[in-house]
Ligand binder design. Structure first.
Ligand code: TA6
Length: 289
C-alpha cells in the first residue's frame, strides 16, 4: 500500500517478511503480512498483552509461536492427511494489505487472502478471507470468511491468542463453569468444568461455550478479558513442562509466562458455509486493573 498514516511504518524484519509497526497514542502493535499475524499489542500504560516466544521463527512458511495465529481452514491436525500442516495453511501465506484507517482512539488494518492454485492443492475449495484488526485501548480481530466456491464447504478454525501472564500457575480462568469440554489425547471423554479453570498440568481443552472468558493474572496484577462472537467453542491451552521441551521455538522455562485462550470453531463447532455465504469469527481483548 503506497499510503500509510504517520503512526504506521512497514519494514521487513527478515527477508521478504514485511511487518506493520503501529505506534499510536492508544497502543503499540505489530502485524505481519505473513499469516496476517498480530504479533504484538501493548495498550498505553500497560505491558505487552500478547505473548511472543523469544525463539519464534521469523521466516516465510513457518508458523510463529505467539501473538494471534490464524488457524484455518482446519483446527488441529488435518483430519485425514498427516502430511498437511497442523492448524491449516493460512497462517503461513502472505496476505495483502487492503485498508488502513487511523482514528483518534484506534488504528484499523484490513488484510485479505483469497484461494489460489497453491491453496487448492491443500484444500480443494475457493474462499476469500478478510481480517480486520482494530488496535487501541482494546484489541479486536474480526475474520470474515467467504465461500466463493460453487459448492458448500465445512471449516474449523481459530484465532489462537497467546496471552502474557505473570505466572500461569497463579491464573484463575473464569466464565467456563458448568461447560462441557473434551481434552483430546489427555482425556477424550466429555467432562464438565467445575468452577474456574486452573493450570497445574498440561491443559489442552476444547470447551463448548460461546461465553466471554476472564483470566485473572494474579501475579501480573491485572485481568484479561476475552469476548467473542461467531464461536461456540473456546480452547484453553498451556503446554506445561514436557510439551514445552518438545517445542523447538519455545524456551523450556517459558510455559509459566503465557496462556492460550482461543476463540475457535473447533471440535463439534464446525461451520458449513453455502456458496456466496459468510461467517465471521471475532475476538475482543480488554485489560482491567
Ligand atoms: O490450541 C491448542 C493446540 O492445538 C495444542 O494442541 C498445540 O498443538 C497448540 O495448538 C500449538 O499448535 P502449533 O501447531 O502452533 O504448534
Amino acid at each position: 500500500m503506497s499510503f500509510l498514516p504517520d503512526c504506521i511504518t512497514q519494514t521487513d524484519i527478515a527477508p521478504g517478511y514485511p511487518v506493520l509497526e503501529i505506534k499510536h497514542p492508544a497502543a503499540v502493535a505489530r502485524i505481519a503480512l505473513h499469516g496476517a499475524h498480530v504479533m504484538e499489542w501493548t495498550p498505553a500504560g500497560e505491558h505487552a498483552v500478547l505473548y511472543m516466544s523469544p525463539e519464534a521463527v521469523i521466516e516465510r512458511g513457518t508458523p510463529v509461536r505467539g501473538g494471534i495465529p490464524i488457524c484455518w481452514p482446519w483446527f488441529g491436525p488435518h483430519a485425514s492427511d498427516g502430511a498437511k500442516p497442523a492448524h491449516g495453511f493460512v497462517r503461513t501465506e502472505m496476505w495483502k494489505l487492503e485498508e488502513v484507517l487511523a482514528a483518534k482512539d484506534r488504528v484499523e488494518v484490513v488484510l485479505g487472502l483469497a484461494s489460489n492454485d497453491a491453496t487448492r492443492t491443500l484444500w480443494p475449495h475457493d474462499f476469500a478471507l478478510r481480517l480486520r484488526v482494530s488496535i487501541g485501548a482494546d484489541l479486536e480481530a474480526s475474520l470474515v470468511i467467504r465461500n466463493t466456491d460453487t459448492q458448500a464447504w465445512t471449516m474449523t478454525g481459530a484465532l489462537h491468542t497467546y496471552l502474557c501472564v505473570g505466572d500461569v500457575t497463579k491464573t484463575v480462568i473464569r466464565g467456563l463453569h458448568g461447560t462441557p469440554f473434551v481434552e483430546g489425547r489427555l482425556s477424550p471423554e466429555k467432562r464438565l468444568q467445575h468452577g474456574p479453570v486452573v493450570i497445574d498440568r498440561e491443559v489442552d481443552r476444547i470447551y463448548i461455550s460461546d461465553a466471554a472468558v476472564e483470566v485473572e493474572d494474579v501475579a501480573g496484577g491485572r485481568t484479561l478479558i476475552i469476548e467473542k462472537s461467531g464461536s461456540r467453542s473456546t480452547v484453553v491451552w498451556n503446554p506445561w513442562i514436557e510439551k514445552s521441551k518438545r517445542l523447538s521455538d519455545l524456551p523450556d522455562d517459558a510455559y509459566p509466562r503465557f496462556l492460550c485462550v482461543e476463540t475457535t470453531n473447533a471440535g463439534e463447532d464446525a461451520i458449513t458455509i453455502p456458496p456466496g455465504g459468510d461467517h465471521r469469527l471475532l475476538t475482543r481483548l480488554r485489560v482491567r486493573r
